[in-house]
Design a protein around this ligand. Sequence first.
Ligand code: ADP
Ligand code: MG
Length: 245
Amino acid sequence: MTGEALIVLENVNKWFGPLHVLQDVDLSVARGEVVVVIGPSGSGKSTPCRAINRLEPIDSGTITFDGRPLPAEGRALARLRSEVGMVFQSFNLFAHKTILQNVMLGPVKVRKEKPAVVRDRAMGLLERVGIANQADKYPAQLSGGQQQRVAIARALAMQPKALLFDEPTSALDPEMVGEVLDVMTSLARDGMTMVVVTHEMGFARHAADRVVFMADGQLVEQAVPEEFFANPRSDRAKDFLSKIL
Ligand code: ADP
Ligand code: MG
């Protein structure tokens, strides 16, 4: 179920020195849509995710989120970042805080919400990702898959309008990938707007509304997963799929 555009990149260009890493990228993500971004390493999949949060400035073009251009700084930028949750390959949990404290931190410190209210929400989210019984443990006591599920709960605690995932399962041992993808699939089914950079083609096939293929800084093609996997149009997509499938 998708609605109007929530994230819009128009004609976005980005250079790192001489390297033209995003070349006239146009991408629109509708409310409730799940967009999976695939492509070779170094093709420019992470940079748009970082740009949407303004962790990375762009050199030309426009990005709008929820109808507004990205704010450059100050309180508006802080609000944007709280509305766009990010889940990275490395979970980045605070080692000296418990699982529950990790999930509560953003809403309490950044949003100044009441701890009692946040605690209930955080416990609900830990329940949702299947680790409420680990709430009082520390990150190092959990497996990688459990830690990544905590990172997802932490992102959700800010009640974001969209979640961006940048290779969320790439650092995990193979047996833990499934439990993280299951949580992501459940969020997708519940209507969360998601942009997911991943090499997990099973997830792309089953959970994506649309697959976006990037190569050499260009958005080469995009299609619903059935169409993309059955009938990739560009030579670069065909070549990429032949190597990984
Ligand atoms: P992907 O996520 O598809 O691997 P990225 O978006 O991370 O690709 O990077 C695109 C290109 O930009 C790559 O060639 C990468 O080496 C380069 N790049 C990314 N970040 C930086 C940076 N901070 N400084 C210089 N080059 C960078
Ligand atoms: Mg990347």
